[in-house]
Design a protein around this ligand. Structure first.
Ligand SMILES: [Zn+2]
Length: 154
């Protein structure tokens, strides 16, 4: 039973409706929710899941944009070869090229829109920044006590 249910269903439901993102609310209102996220293993796990999802979406859409950019770069090269084919071998491949470019441009635009949606509607930017901060914090926690006390004094 331990760890399976939410310790406070009311707060849990509110957090659920926000997709466990409390970055938009004021710091004094945030305190209760932060405390619950720290105490409730279920909500904590769900928050982690949602932030990982946001982060993955941001990375995936960025990768998608890169692959379409790569496709456009490849097609740019194809155009040079095609020019040779068209003028020397008299092949009719221009329309095929145009079709591929249109598809790549459309794909690039769609993934750009998806990427912008992910970055504006989810806390992915904060999450990705937080991942870096957490790494730093974990490193700091491993420092010997003598060094840590020096750091907190400054
Ligand atoms: Zn909970």
């Amino acid at each position: 039973m331990a760890g399976s249910g939410c310790t406070d269903r009311v707060i849990g439901a509110i957090l659920g409706s926000w997709r466990y993102d409390i970055s938009a609310i004021s710091p004094e209102m945030r305190r209760d929710y932060e405390q619950h996220l720290a105490e409730c293993p279920r909500c904590h796990a769900r928050q982690r899941f949602h932030r990982t999802l946001d982060g993955s979406l941001a990375v995936l859409t960025a990768l998608s944009m890169l692959s379409f950019l790569f496709a456009l770069a490849v097609l740019q090269r194809v155009k040079i070869l095609e020019h040779v084919a068209f003028n020397i071998l008299h092949l009719e491949v221009v329309s095929m090229y145009q079709m591929l470019v249109s598809a790549a441009v459309a794909g690039l635009i769609f993934s750009l829109i998806a990427f912008l949606l992910v970055m504006t509607t989810t806390p992915a930017p904060t999450y990705l920044g937080g991942v870096a901060r957490d790494r730093a914090r974990t490193l700091e926690a491993r420092l010997p006590e003598s060094i840590r006390s020096l750091r907190s004094r400054s």
